[in-house]
Design a protein around this ligand. Structure first.
Ligand SMILES: [Zn+2]
Ligand SMILES: [Zn+2]
Length: 555
């Protein structure tokens, strides 16, 4: 009985989700104008932590190393400098970009639940990531708690599966009063629809969830103090609003720089309501053009807000460069920007001369830097992403996700007897059109193609260990260059086939004369159905096993 896996058990398990791996901790830090870092709060999140498979290159980054009691590094990562935000202006005749350094800022580090965690060390890199200066060393405790938890309604805008197995986009709204929440939700839906009508997000929609946290503000709108020297025609259009995240225009003397000033509150709302966020959008309830990208992508309800949001996610999620010349501050080696113009070795070589992809120099004075296209969404609002940007976006999805909702058995070590049916299965996350192939292998021999589950009859295999492997690979023609094999994932189970020790040899839930007959036939070598029977587990199949089974029947 205990060795037989019934099909209905199988399906129950398939609808489950990944084990949580005991969750992770989320630490909120403040960084001041002298780059001093202090710990504010920590929260435990009962969800699987997504980690990147490939090392990313981030300019002006902050590195962190988590150490244990023995001072060994047990976890490390890199984040964008949380004091730096970027303001992009697409309204002028040519797009422009400005970097602003905030006086102070907040940021969150997500750390797996280690039992021997001791401290976190922060390092700041120079522009070329060559020199790292130690900023702070902070003792970590898992007991600081945010006592003022605020729970708000969270609207499911698009939920395709467990947050563990999706890229989670979370919207916060600022300057929406309680009675404007319908407007807020419809604004969020509009941006979401536009994003998922854009290639490649449309093809990989199933890989994302979208949530909107309904945080009401006292007043409608935002602040425009009219204090920036470039307020221009908006000089007289001054307004103030008491909003939850304290968003404002005119920050750092730039009229269109709209950002939230209370980032700490934003992180608290996220921690208490959707802690497993991956991408944060803040939508400010004003139609005046403005926004900025940093830890939070902030934008207004201006007519081009969807396009700005989609361009911004190209930076924050996919790590793409602008394809307009944004200045030497922003020049570097990216998937869609390079100083190497050799057609043989250029990073987008596999796309060269297809779909308008070429080697185009940036405008003077950036003409020694090159971009793949002349009309990409990373250059202008409106056009689609170029093939190179599409490819890199898909790879960014696979960098943190496997295309799998769930797998069965959840225990990767499977022990079965020599006469059992054993089931293995995965539930894939399908893209549109579906380009996933699913192949099953036993001991590296292909046994099934393009099926989500298999059943194995163990008597067909020898006693001992076998490797059951499923390889899921996305053969989309939107990706040509995948040298790190991000689009290929595999799951491996270790199947151990043991001698039969269950006296119910015919699996009919009864131990009776039928089982004795099977055993005796086996001993006399009349039956090949069961490879191995050893009921008393003495390493032999003989009359002692017959006595064992008869004693069980007489019990
Ligand atoms: Zn940009
Ligand atoms: Zn592009």
């Amino acid at each position: 009985m205990k060795y037989f896996i019934y099909p209905f058990v199988f399906f129950v398990f398939l609808s489950g989700i990944y084990p949580s791996d005991h969750g992770y901790y989320m630490y909120k830090f403040e960084i001041d104008k002298n780059d001093n870092i202090s710990l504010h709060t920590s929260n435990h999140v009962d969800s699987k932590l997504k980690t990147s498979k490939i090392q990313k290159h981030i300019h002006n980054s902050i590195l962190y190393k988590i150490k244990n009691n023995e001072s060994d590094i047990i976890f490390e990562g890199e984040i964008d400098n949380p004091r730096i935000i970027h303001f992009e202006d697409f309204i002028g005749s040519v797009p422009s970009k400005t970097k602003v350094v905030l006086e102070n800022s907040f940021f969150v580090v997500k750390v797996p639940n280690f039992s021997d965690i001791d401290k976190i060390e922060f390092y700041k890199s120079d522009k070329h990531d060559l020199v790292f200066e130690k900023l702070s060393e902070i003792k970590l405790t898992n007991n600081i708690n945010n006592s003022t938890r605020e729970i708000f309604p969270v609207t499911d805008i698009m939920v395709n599966g467990s947050n563990d197995a999706r890229v989670n986009i979370v919207f916060l709204g600022d300057g929406y009063k309680q009675n404007q929440m319908d407007q807020y939700i419809s604004d969020v839906e509009e941006v979401t629809d536009d994003l998922f009508n854009t290639i490649p997000y449309s093809n990989y929609m199933n890989y994302f969830n979208v949530y909107a946290v309904e945080v009401p503000s006292e007043d409608s709108g935002t602040d425009h103090p009219g204090t920036a020297p470039d307020c221009g025609g908006y000089n007289d259009n001054v307004f103030y609003a008491d909003t939850y995240f304290d968003s404002s225009f005119d920050l750092y003397n730039i009229h269109r720089l709209l950002y939230i000033q209370d980032q700490s509150a934003a992180f608290d709302v996220l921690a208490d309501n959707v802690p497993d966020w991956d991408i944060i959008f803040v939508m400010v309830n004003t139609t005046m053009y403005g926004g900025a990208g940093g830890t939070f992508a902030v934008f207004s309800r201006h007519a081009s807000s969807s396009e700005i949001a989609i361009h911004e996610i190209g930076h924050s999620f996919a790590g793409l460069a602008d394809e307009y010349w944004a200045g030497f501050n922003y020049a570097g080696e990216y998937a869609n920007m390079t100083a190497n113009n050799n057609p043989e070795t250029i990073v987008w070589n596999s796309w060269l001369y297809d779909n308008g992809v070429g080697i185009y120099s940036h405008n003077y004075p950036g003409n020694e830097w090159y971009k793949p296209h002349q009309n990409c969404k990373m250059q202008f609002l409106g056009p689609p992403f170029c093939s190179v940007c599409v490819e890199h976006t898909i790879k960014s999805v696979y960098d943190i996700l496997e295309p799998i909702n769930s797998y069965y058995p959840e225990n990767l070590e499977v022990v079965a007897s020599a006469s059992e049916l054993v089931y293995f299965g995965i539930e894939p996350i399908l893209n549109f059109p579906n380009t996933l192939s699913i192949n099953w292998f036993i001991d590296n021999q292909l046994i099934a193609e393009d099926v989500e589950d298999i059943e194995l009859e163990t008597y067909m295999y020898s006693l001992g260990e076998h490797e059951v492997k499923v390889i899921i690979e996305d053969f989309t023609d939107l990706v040509r260059n995948d040298s790190s094999n991000l689009l290929k994932s595999e799951f491996v189970w270790n199947l151990i086939i043991e001698c039969n020790t269950s006296p119910d040899l015919n699996n009919d839930n009864q131990i009776n004369i039928q089982d004795v007959i099977i055993l005796v036939n086996h001993i006399l070598d009349f039956s090949s159905e069961i490879e191995c029977i050893d009921l008393n587990e003495d390493g032999l199949t003989n009359v002692l096993d017959v006595i064992f089974i008869i004693n069980r029947i007489l019990d």
